[in-house]
Write a protein that binds this ligand. Structure first.
Ligand code: GNR
Ligand code: NI
Length: 168
């Protein structure tokens, strides 16, 4: 097990597009375990491989209260169901300390492969639906700050750049 370094906005590596995983082997399963450990330690409810500088379509999540229900999604895809939109306050481990309202489809079907390569499907709403959309955005090089006004995004960028400088 290992803790991985989480990239922070505005790191340009967060803009890379992740590639589909065509062979699910022990190295992928190990990466998923390390990502779960990193997510729990942060703490967060989800983590995309992009955030730990790996350009592969792999997401881990745990939205349970007890933090005992790890979920692994390989090559996840989502399809909105219906046209209800929900607004929820989002945060991101790559944008630490900032929380803003984001609108997204309220219900989605998630299709993905599990860690044995078996396809599965989940239909969900609320937190799981928001979180998987947030994570798939990461795989496509997108961040929740992209949904905010340019002014808000700029303010967040400046504050995080300043923090980064103070740590050096
Ligand atoms: O820990 C997280 N919490 C969260 C809250 C609302 C909407 C999305 C998230 S995901 C975030 C972890 C993270 O950055 N995943 O990419
Ligand atoms: Ni995030």
């Amino acid at each position: 097990m290992a803790l991985l370094n989480i990239l922070r906005f505005p790191d340009p590596r967060l803009r890379k597009i992740a590639q589909p995983i065509d062979e699910i082997d022990d190295s992928i399963r190990q990466l998923a375990e390390d990502m779960l450990e990193t997510m729990y330690a942060a703490p967060g409810i989800g983590l995309a491989a992009t955030q730990v500088n790996v350009q592969k379509r792999l997401v881990v999540m745990d939205i349970s209260e007890e933090k005992d229900q790890p979920l692994i999604f390989i090559n996840p895809e989502i399809q909105p169901i219906g046209d209800e939109i929900e607004e929820m306050e989002e945060g991101c481990l790559s944008v630490p300390g900032f929380f803003e309202l984001v609108k997204r489809p309220a219900h989605v079907i998630i299709r993905a492969l599990d860690k044995e390569g078996k396809p599965f499907e989940i239909e969900d709403q609320e937190l799981l639906a928001v979180c998987i959309q947030h994570e798939i955005d990461h795989l496509d090089g997108k961040l929740f700050v992209d949904y905010l006004s340019p002014l808000k995004r700029q303010r967040i960028r400046k504050k995080l750049e300043k923090q980064e400088r103070l740590q050096l």
